[in-house]
Design a binder for this molecule. Structure first.
Ligand SMILES: Nc1ncnc2c1ncn2[C@@H]1O[C@H](COP(=O)(O)OP(=O)(O)OP(=O)(O)O)[C@@H](O)[C@H]1O
Ligand SMILES: [Mg+2]
Length: 409
């Protein structure tokens, strides 16, 4: 008997809302894409709901398109969450082990992660996810899965991703109104990493850089797990805004210029090349220099990569990640971005396309679908548990315990 089941992701971005329907099978990584619904994202800005009715209407359109294409009714979705209001913290938890023989049980892992959650967050923040980075038992450090081991003191180093309570509540309200249940709300950087990074890269050390519309999300992996993540409040829409100001044209015209003629490499463009805006715009009719366009674009992307590099410096990983940087998100589709990133970050750089998919691949074979496809992988791999320990203890310890589920607030 087939053990196939349907899984659905809903990536609510600042520029697009993407619903993807996939078929998955137990013990198989491959996801069969059977439907996609993509609608413009009015009512959402930088991950925040700005107009609840408009947001509901656009989410509904995206869901209905995906239902039509897949022939599957959508009841439950894994939802992507990102934007400058997403915040990250590092935390530690310590507990004493007092069970018989001092053997560490699942409940102890529960307790130590609860202790790590007792970090003092600013008001009105909600923990979206707590990721155990490593455990220590007595003086033994670097333990990935402590259950079954013995000791009297269990410590955890954890990474916490939190969002503004009101932003999460408004998102949940929109989803409730569209009639779908939320399986999980998953931070974008974690979802993307599921789609574009492989196990080896995460083991060696890699930084994932998702340059989206309203923000750039980064996640650093080492020894198979998340070392650090953060959100830089600059993305593709800032590039478009710079062009609108620099070229003195409408935002819509600037967006078309960026997508049709944009590049990050002004040195490759001759001074004589020009763009006649009347060819792409109803409102603007002047002629602009292609080199000027590239210079404006390069400056903003360079700023983004410099900020990423600064973050890497802050965590002592500047130039220290053997698997380099992997770029995804809609804004990495601009020509020359890999070269610019390589120069700015001084790391090997590659584009990240969604992996392990089949079916309607041509609809989603694009770095801007990393988040939506990653949500499917995330849902398939972890279900609605909070286990984000990326190593194969499923294989070692058999089926996963449900205890992490309790960690979701
Ligand atoms: N070919 C292209 N060249 C340059 N930029 C592009 C290209 N195609 C799309 N973009 C930019 O990508 C951005 C959208 O990326 P993406 O779809 O990842 O964002 P989003 O998920 O809608 O937003 P967010 O995640 O920030 O809420 C826009 O700023 C758009 O201008
Ligand atoms: Mg996005």
């Amino acid at each position: 008997m087939s053990n196939q089941k349907t899984i659905v992701s809903l990536d609510i971005g600042s520029s697009k809302i993407r619903t993807i329907v996939g078929l998955v099978e137990d013990k198989k990584n491959l996801i069969n894409i059977i439907g996609a619904g993509i609608s413009p994202s009015g009512g959402i800005r930088k991950g925040l709901v700005t107009d609840i009715d408009e947001a509901i209407s656009n989410i509904t359109t995206s869901l209905e398109d995906a239902e039509r294409m897949s022939g599957e009714p959508i009841h439950r979705v894994f939802v992507g969450f990102s934007g400058p209001h997403v915040e990250t913290y590092n935390s530690k938890g310590v507990i004493a082990i007092n069970g018989s023989g001092s053997e560490i049980r699942e409940e102890d892992v529960d307790r130590v992660l609860d202790a790590a959650k007792a970090v003092s967050l600013p008001a009105n923040r909600e923990i979206l996810r707590i990721i155990p980075k490593s455990f220590s038992i007595d003086s033994q450090h670097g333990i990935k899965y402590p259950v079954g081991m013995s000791g009297i003191r269990l410590e955890v180093e954890a990474h916490i991703i939190a969002g503004h309570t009101s932003a999460i509540k408004n998102l949940e309200k929109c989803l409730y109104e569209t009639g779908v249940d939320t399986e999980e709300i998953v931070p974008s950087s974690l979802a993307c990493s599921e789609a574009v990074l492989d196990k080896k890269q995460k083991e060696l050390g890699v930084v994932l850089i998702e340059i989206a519309s309203g923000s750039t999300n980064i996640a650093v992996f080492e020894e198979g797990t998340v070392l650090y993540s953060s959100v830089i409040p600059i993305g593709g829409e800032h590039v478009t805004n710079d062009l609108a100001i620099g070229l003195r044209c409408a935002i819509d015209t600037a967006e078309k210029v960026k997508i049709e003629y944009g590049t990050c490499l002004p040195k490759d463009i001759s001074d004589r090349e020009e763009i006649d805006l009347s060819q792409i715009s109803k409102t603007d009719a002047h002629v602009v220099s292609k080199k000027q366009v590239a210079t404006i674009i390069e400056a903003r992307y360079h700023e983004i990569f410099s900020m990423v590099r600064e973050e890497l410096m802050n965590i002592g990983r500047d130039g220290m990640l053997p698997a380099g940087a992997v770029l995804c998100g809609g804004s990495v589709k601009i020509p020359g971005v890999v070269d610019l990133a390589r120069d700015s970050l001084q790391l090997p750089v590659q584009l990240g396309f969604p992996r392990d998919i089949e079916g309607l691949v041509d609809r989603v074979d694009d770095p801007s679908f990393a988040n939506a496809i990653g949500l499917l992988h995330f849902g398939h791999r972890y279900g609605t548990t909070n286990n984000f320990l990326d190593f194969d203890f499923k294989k070692i310890f058999g089926s996963l315990p449900k205890f992490f589920k309790k960690l979701i607030p």
